[in-house]
Design a protein around this ligand. Structure first.
Ligand SMILES: [Zn+2]
Length: 249
């Protein structure tokens, strides 16, 4: 596996090594490559054009994202990371670990999910919800590990960004966006909040719980599944999420 930009390769390799070590990733990890690119959209078009014909495919999401994992029918994956100024902040650590976690999840769950290959697993909605939660959680745990060591005003910026997403949640929940996307954002926010909790950092999410009586219960459920999940719990999460969000979707 190679990283195609030498200037960033040292720091990148350190995070990848840390991830492989902590998550006990073996030599059979099905990763083809990690590609740094200025245009993720273009790269996806180039490497996997069939994705654009998929029903679940969201073009706008691809235009906004900073990382993307391409999953192939031969059960390998290629991670795309947006080429950015990596000295600006540690958000790229979240992106990198997030995408690597997806690869690990697809690999770990392929034998237990009744799908033929990585590409077809993309259609498995219950798995998608959980892996989005898991990837965001892991991404934030790794990122906070570094962000926590920054001087207070710099670290505060990470908390402010998360607080903004917490404040905006009720608007998102009551908005008219596709309910799958709302659940996707909710899974991300849950992962983020539980990562702060794991790192012992207090983050106030009461404004969500006050308006949404399901919130604390879902958080409690996900707290038990930050490392892995059974198929039945995956389905339970998906059924509950669909019930809650379909009403507003
Ligand atoms: Zn993701």
């Amino acid at each position: 596996m190679q990283i195609t930009d030498e200037s960033s390769s040292n720091t990148f390799n350190k995070i990848i090594e840390l991830f492989f070590e902590k998550e006990k990733v073996g030599i059979n990890f099905p990763l083809n490559d990690i590609i740094l690119t200025d245009n993720i959209f273009q790269k996806v078009k180039e490497l996997q054009p069939t994705l654009f014909t998929e029903e679940h495919f969201n073009k706008n999401q691809l235009l906004e994202c900073t990382g993307y994992t391409l999953l192939f029918k031969n059960n390998t994956a290629t991670v795309l990371i947006k080429n950015d100024d990596f000295t600006k902040n540690f958000l790229w650590i979240e992106t990198l670990v997030h995408e690597l976690t997806h690869v690990k999840d697809f690999n770990d769950y392929l034998p237990i999910i009744k799908e033929n290959n990585f590409y077809e697993m993309l259609h498995n909605i219950p798995f998608w919800y959980w892996t989005e939660f898991h990837a965001r959680y892991k991404g934030y745990v790794y990122m906070l590990e570094f962000a926590q060591r920054l001087p207070e005003p710099y670290f505060q910026q990470y908390i402010n960004d998360s607080m903004k997403r917490i404040e905006d949640f009720n608007t998102l929940f009551n908005g008219h966006e596709d309910y799958h996307l709302k659940i996707y954002y909710t899974m991300h926010l849950m992962g983020e909040i539980l990562a702060y909790e794991y790192k012992g950092i207090n983050i106030d999410d009461k404004s969500i719980a006050k308006e949404n009586n399901w919130f604390d219960k879902m958080k409690e459920f996900l707290r038990k599944h930050t490392e892995n999940v059974s198929i039945s719990d995956m389905l339970l999460l998906s059924m509950n999420a669909n019930k809650i969000f379909c009403k507003n979707g």
